[in-house]
Design a protein around this ligand. Structure first.
Ligand code: FES
Length: 200
């Protein structure tokens, strides 16, 4: 009987040949490539088709729909940029009567007749807030110029000669001419005397 070791030694050339053949196949296929070509990139085509399926709108499309570059995508540069610009302008400029740069804030002497005191109020906060800061329990409800709970009266003339209202929606012109003001949205623009808790 043939010793297994001898048998293995006898088979050694065959094994070596098999290994060499395998390496050759691997080498040749790696040089030639597998012949497989990636399919053409269809992502654009798919996205175009998807974009075409989205109905055209006048509105800027959200970012996830602009990817296809279809009708929706086109709407963004056209309308979107302008709107962004307007927003930035609005943010930078500010528009309310209280939006006053710190170095331009002015103070006026305001006499609160019923409280029996004269105090300095700044022009960048409503009368109501500054009166409350003095510790006075002044009347109010909405604090948005939409009721008359906080109304007061400036006896010296039309209230808008002395204050600037921020979007008050309740007082008629005649009432303003008569000195009435909504203190929650009224910013001092001059010195004056006011009676709080006086509604038209
Ligand atoms: S609290 Fe309502 S208008 Fe001032």
């Amino acid at each position: 009987m043939l010793n297994p070791l001898i048998a293995n030694v006898a088979n050694a050339p065959a094994i070596v040949l098999a290994v060499i053949a395998t390496l050759l196949v691997v080498l040749v296929s790696s040089l030639k490539g597998t012949g497989w070509e990636p399919a053409t990139d269809i992502s654009d085509e798919v996205l175009q088709r998807r974009a075409a399926a989205v109905p055209e709108t006048e509105f800027p499309e959200p970012g996830n729909r602009s990817i296809g570059g279809g009708g929706g995508g086109g709407a963004i540069p056209a309308g979107g940029e302008g709107e962004e610009g307007e927003l930035e302008d609005g943010e930078a400029g500010g528009s309310g009567p209280g939006d006053i740069p710190e170095d331009e804030v002015e103070y006026f002497e305001i006499e609160f007749v019923k409280q029996g005191e004269t105090v300095e109020l700044s022009n960048d906060e409503p009368i109501l807030e500054q009166g409350e800061d003095e510790g006075w329990d002044l009347p109010y409800a909405c604090r948005q110029g939409q009721c008359v709970s906080c109304a007061g009266r400036i006896a010296d003339g039309p209230s808008e000669d002395f204050v600037e209202h921020d979007n008050q929606q309740m007082l008629e012109d005649a009432e303003i001419d008569d000195g009435y003001t909504l203190t929650c949205v009224a910013y001092p623009r001059d010195s004056f005397s006011i009676e709080t808790g006086e509604a038209p």
